[in-house]
Design a protein around this ligand. Structure first.
Ligand code: COA
Ligand code: AMP
Length: 645
């Protein structure tokens, strides 16, 4: 069947389509039907089934003869370690950890926060939770203690599993002190923590609360898989919204299994037994779906890569891993290849490696710029496919269904809607716009299996954030268009979310931090274009009356404050003091106008602006900020030729 036939077969009979896809999963009790309409535009999938995610990702492969196949290849150029874990070993390790968690009171429905770097033990912790029906929530290591505390209070975990440290090229990330600080900040107190001690840093354990990962498992019985209802949450993953309070995206168990399994062949075109590599981090949705669950559920070998595209040790790292582990399908964010291209523009590092195992490269997480796609295609001789999705969906909304039929690539477009997604481009009034016209991208409800049914503890916020603007549709928060061939073009976010190096961040959250600085009266944070990271946050702050301290010192403190409260991943390094912020007559800050001035793109002065003269002041401040990019206070533009010029 061709793509259009498959898409039409879904559209004409979604129930039949997903029930058929469900046959690839091993059920304790098979679902009697796919969709459960809960009214008021709320839906669930496969709610009456009983199933276990870990069984499908691990045990069943051992039972069917894949026990000796590598489930995980750990390749860590940062520590100089390489190691393989077979499905058989993985089952025993996960069952052992699950048994110890169970012996310490963790059971179905309990939340467990996982705060770990890119080590196989992070996947083992996720799978051990899944084995028990416990709900994990992985927190990315680049977040500060405060962000971890916010997640602890929202998820109220019974336990936390953490590593002693993470490793960035230039520094050790001290996870344990960050965890201790987060636990002091949080109101909720978990019953215990399990600490995976790494040889690079042995953390101080707190008596009576912390267990050592190895000792913890000693003397307990391995746990069997606990079947859960199809709509039971498999995990919660927090993602940035418009405010400082992150959104807890809930992932339902059965739909997650079915949908991810379907994507492995139809989108990524890998067969069981082949090697799939997503160079991301378990703290992001790509890590959940395509480092851990998707490949394992489908019987693929997955790679846990602890390193960076450049500097660990050079821009040939990706090519080495592909050659050495015979990777068949590779997925990362465009920013990673921008970094490689910048470091090694003539792709000389690639020459010594054999990429013959590689059939396709997939890009997602941010807009894939045509230059990068072209450079990559020409130098690797491998097809490069952009695809578009979000934490909320957990897998592709629009992509190139290579396993069904590779469609012609239009550089700059992630290609077409996948089965399950009826994508529409709407104007402000919710009316469909003609092909080629920009509008808000919305998906007709219900969303397909595996996508978020709600937000953790926040059903009203779920409805307000996604279902209210366009009744009957899910609002993606992205703007774009569809061309006459049905290809989608993703242009920008419609909210205050920015995308920095493929990491989704909230400018609203950064504004909340800046506003808490004692000298700041008001502020605005916007995303400005950056050649490497796609976007960078930039803050403009107005000071309270009477403040006479040095502007440079205040900016320096603001930069430090965002790093302390949100974390280094915020990459907040651009800050300037301004006298006033441009606003509409009703007092709304004109953030998109500021962003256009910063990016040097043409814009029309908004008719509603209160005082157009402010725009000239802003222009002068932004130019001064660009000029000071090499100054000592850390207020720097990343590239003299990109942002702010
Ligand atoms: N734990 C702790 N700190 C982390 C971290 C982690 N897991 N990941 C990043 N950081 C820190 C970095 O060390 C850096 O700190 P610094 O300000 O002290 O230098 C800061 O967060 C910003 O990191 P990043 O935006 O990643 O920039 P970078 O300059 O370190 O690296 C790239 C740039 C392009 C090489 C890098 O962003 C990259 O590999 N991106 C791939 C994108 C990706 O995997 N996205 C996931 C979605 S698919
Ligand atoms: P996240 O939830 O972190 O995966 O971020 C999702 C957001 O990243 C989307 O809503 C888009 O704004 C952006 N994004 C992801 N993939 C793409 C893509 N292929 N092209 C353009 N933007 C993308």
């Amino acid at each position: 069947m061709k793509y259009l036939d498959v898409y039409e077969s879904w559209k004409s009979d979604p129930e039949g389509f997903w029930m058929e896809a469900a046959q690839a999963i091993d059920w304790e009790e098979a679902p009697s039907k796919a969709l459960f309409d809960r009214g008021d535009h709320m839906y669930e999938w496969f709610a009456d089934a009983r199933v276990n995610t870990c069984y499908n990702a691990v045990d069943r492969h051992v039972e069917r003869g894949r026990g000796d196949q590598a489930a995980i290849i750990y390749d860590s150029p940062i520590t100089g370690t390489k190691r393989e874990i077979t499905f058989h070993e993985l089952r025993d390790r996960v069952a052992g950890l699950a048994g110890a968690l169970r012996a310490n009171g963790v059971g179905k429905g309990d939340r467990v926060i996982i705060y770990m770097p890119m080590v196989p033990e992070a996947l083992e912790a996720m799978l051990a939770c899944a084995r028990l029906g416990a709900i994990h929530s992985v927190v990315f290591g680049g977040f500060a203690a405060n962000e971890l505390a916010v997640r602890i209070d929202d998820a109220t975990p019974r336990a936390i599993i953490a590593a002693s440290c993470g490793l960035e090229p230039a520094r050790v990330v001290h996870y344990k002190p960050l965890l201790d600080e987060a636990l002091e900040l949080a109101k909720h107190e978990p019953e215990f923590c399990v600490i995976f001690q790494r040889e690079q840093e042995i953390a101080q354990l707190t008596e009576g609360r912390d267990h050592d990962w190895h000792g913890f498992r000693y003397g307990t019985e391995p746990a069997e898989c606990v079947p859960v209802e199809g709509n039971h949450p498999a995990y919660i993953l927090y993602t940035s919204g418009t405010t400082g309070q992150p959104k807890g995206v809930v992932r339902p168990t059965a739909g997650h299994l079915i949908a991810l399994n379907w994507t492995m062949k139809n989108i990524y075109n890998v067969d069981p037994g082949e090697v799939f590599w997503a160079a991301s981090d378990v703290g992001w949705v790509v890590g959940h779906s395509y480092i851990c669950y998707g490949p394992l559920i489908h019987g693929n070998t997955t790679i846990v890569f602890e390193g960076k595209p450049i500097g660990t040790p050079d821009a040939g790292t990706f090519w080495r891993v592909i050659q050495e582990h015979k990777v068949n399908s590779f997925f990362t964010a465009p920013t990673a290849f921008r970094a490689v291209k910048r470091e090694d523009p003539r792709a000389e590092c690639l020459e010594k490696y054999d990429l013959s195992s590689l059939r396709a490269i997939f890009l997602a997480g941010e807009r894939a710029d045509p230059d990068t796609i072209q450079w990559l295609t020409e130098n690797t001789g491998t097809p490069v496919y952009d695809h578009w999705w979000q934490t909320e969906t957990g897998y592709t909304i629009a992509g190139n269904p290579v396993g069904i039929e590779p469609l012609p690539v239009k550089v700059g477009s992630p290609t077409v809607a996948m089965p399950g997604y009826d994508v529409h481009i709407l104007d402000d009034g919710g009316e469909e716009v003609p092909a080629g016209t920009l509008g808000a991208i919305a998906v007709k409800l219900p969303l397909p299996p595996g996508t978020l049914p709600t937000l953790w503890n926040a059903e009203e916020r779920f409805k307000e954030s996604y279902l209210t603007t366009f009744p009957g549709y899910y609002e993606t928060g992205d703007a774009g268009m569809k061309d006459s061939d049905g290809y989608l073009w993703i242009m920008a976010r419609t909210d205050d979310v920015i995308n920095v190096a493929g990491h989704r961040l909230s400018t609203g959250a950064m504004e909340e931090v800046l506003a808490a600085h004692p000298d700041v009266a008001e502020c605005a944070v916007i995303g400005v274009a950056d050649d490497l990271k796609g976007q960078l946050p930039l803050g403009l702050v107005c000071l309270s009356k009477g403040v006479e301290r040095s502007h440079e010192t205040i900016c320096e403190e603001c930069v430090q404050l965002v790093r302390e409260k949100i974390g280094p991943v915020g990459a907040f390094k651009l800050c300037a003091v301004v006298q006033r912020l441009p606003k509409t007559r009703s007092g709304k800050i004109l953030r998109s106008t500021i962003a256009k001035i910063a990016d040097g793109v043409d814009f029309k002065t908004p008719a509603t602006i209160d005082d157009p003269a402010i725009l000239d002041e802003i222009r002068v401040s932004l130019a001064a900020l660009a000029a000071r990019k090499t100054a000592t206070h850390g207020v720097v533009a990343s590239d003299p030729d990109s942002a702010l010029t």
